[in-house]
Design a protein around this ligand. Structure first.
Ligand code: 2HG
Ligand code: ZN
Length: 482
């Protein structure tokens, strides 16, 4: 963290603080260690780009304990970083210095499910995979899925306002979250974990905490609307020659697959080249290489109806040459295999040493242009190629249906030269197209100080006011966000 200094107003943890936490936390709710390896999985982020030096991790099992912790930290000016599954991609969930890590991992109970209304309530620390499994067994689905589902936690996902692979169908968390339980920095608990679809009694306060990255409160419970489990699922992996064709195919899919369309994801040639290397022995679903690949998913309640619709769509897309080549999953195993190609792109890009990562929203017509501009720039500087060049590949992929591209620059090492070529260029490019510099990954440490590329001065002032109002001592997730 080269550009920040520890805030001297924050207290340095001492033996009395530790003693206080030990009075109400059990042995498995507290890790205190100054041995870096023992705390690495909490201090280090998933991309291996950020690392803090905290030697205290608190893992409370109840909302009351979270409240006691925050009240004490607030009164004693001890800084805290809330942490879910630590799969965050902008350096939001790890400490910068010695902040106490407040892990929600031990709050992992499902609280309630109503199969008629589909309302699902759980602790914040429930792993998304477990929420999916529970709902699946009750004929429903969690309205969001992510490549990191085996590790990310429901509360962290809500705090990030992650979008995921099916936003196109199920909408964003701002619509799906029905209520939250949140502990404020002073220890007060807002317990609004209701199950109402409609509640128009004043400001919708929960919205403030969705995407707040734990800066104004710690989410401890979530109530969310689960969707009915689709009875029929289809996936097709398609090769396409240009991004214009990707857009035309998307339009056609919206018109012809309409209500059964549940994902429309794209990957460029480079993303798949990395993934082929990463997945090694897994057979690639197409015979040829293409400039772009699209994964379309449909989900509905009647297989015959969906199959007929999809067949009609595919045969006319082939006839009109929108599709060059495709592979339609014939069973669940093949369906999962096709999704593996999409979900493995991020870890594949991260397997060379490190990666620079950008997550942006743009108008669909401009969506891929940012990736082309960046590749051109890195090429012109002679930085991409075989070792010893530092950049392996610059690739673009993402969610066409949401106008969201992920730009991953896979590198052998992080260097200032690459960084200076990428920033502020990427942000200026996005600002010139009136896009967003963070579509779904949030702000964290990486994008703090860059919000003005997407937000006006008055909006930023508003955000700072909100943060100050809820957390006047600034103890929650400091040095990040706004
Ligand atoms: C995805 O869509 C996730 O796969 C992660 O948002 C993207 O790692 C990324 O850049
Ligand atoms: Zn994404």
């Amino acid at each position: 963290y080269p550009k920040v200094k520890r805030n001297p107003d924050f207290k340095i943890l001492d033996a009395d603080d530790l003693k206080f936490f030990q009075t109400f936390l059990d042995n498995d709710e507290l890790i205190h260690s100054s041995i870096a390896e023992e705390t690495a999985s909490f201090n280090q982020d998933w991309m291996k780009k950020y690392r803090g030096q905290s030697n205290l991790i608190l893992l409370p099992k109840s909302t009351e304990k979270v409240s006691q912790i925050l009240k004490y930290c607030n009164e004693n000016k001890l800084a805290v970083v809330p942490q879910g599954g630590n799969t965050d991609l902008v350096g939001a969930s790890v400490p910068v210095f010695d902040e106490i890590i407040l892990s929600l991992r031990n709050m992992n109970k499902i609280r309630d499910f109503n199969h008629v209304s589909g309302t699902f309530k759980c602790d914040a620390g429930v792993v998304m995979r477990d929420a999916h499994k529970f709902l699946h067994d009750h004929d429903h689905i969690f309205p969001l899925d992510l490549p990191s589902r085996n590790n990310c936690q429901v509360g962290g996902v809500v705090s990030t306002n992650a979008g995921g692979l099916n936003l196109l169908r199920y909408g964003s968390l701002h619509g799906n979250v029905l209520g939250l339980e949140v502990v404020l920095p002073n220890g007060e608990v807002i317990s609004n974990i209701n199950a109402l679809r409609k509640d128009n009694t004043g400001y919708d306060l929960k919205q403030l905490f969705i995407g707040a990255e734990g800066t104004i409160g710690v989410i401890t419970g979530v109530s969310i609307l689960a969707a009915a489990k689709p009875k029929a699922l289809n996936a097709i992996f398609i090769g396409i020659d240009s991004f214009d064709t990707v857009q035309n195919l998307f339009l056609k899919a919206k018109n012809e697959l309409s209500e059964i369309l549940s994902a429309f994801e794209f990957m460029d040639r480079g993303s798949i080249e990395c993934t082929i290397e990463y997945l090694k022995d897994m057979p690639f679903p197409l015979k040829n290489q293409h400039n772009f690949y699209v994964l379309i998913e449909t989900s509905g309640s009647m297989k015959k109806h969906d199959d007929e619709k999809l067949e009609a769509f595919l045969s006319s897309a082939l006839e009109t040459k929108l599709i060059s080549e495709g592979n339609l999953a014939k069973n669940e195993e093949e369906y999962n295999a096709l999704w593996t190609w999409r979900k493995s792109v991020p870890p594949a890009c991260n397997s060379y040493g490190g990666m620079y990562k950008y997550d942006m929203s743009l108008e669909l017509k401009d969506l891929y242009s940012v990736s082309e501009a960046v590749t051109k720039r890195l090429n012109a500087a002679g930085l991409i190629g075989d070792a010893p060049k530092p950049v392996v590949k610059s690739v673009g992929y993402g969610h066409v249906g949401d106008g969201n591209i992920h730009l991953n620059i896979a590198v052998r090492e992080f260097t200032k030269e690459i960084e200076n070529l990428l920033e502020p260029f990427v942000y200026e490019y996005i600002a010139s197209k009136r896009g967003s510099i963070s579509a779904e990954h949030g702000v964290g440490f990486h994008k703090k100080g860059h919000l003005h590329y997407s937000r006006s001065d008055i909006e930023i002032r508003f955000m700072k006011d909100i943060r100050k109002h809820y957390d006047p001592n600034g103890i929650l997730n400091p040095y990040k966000y706004v």
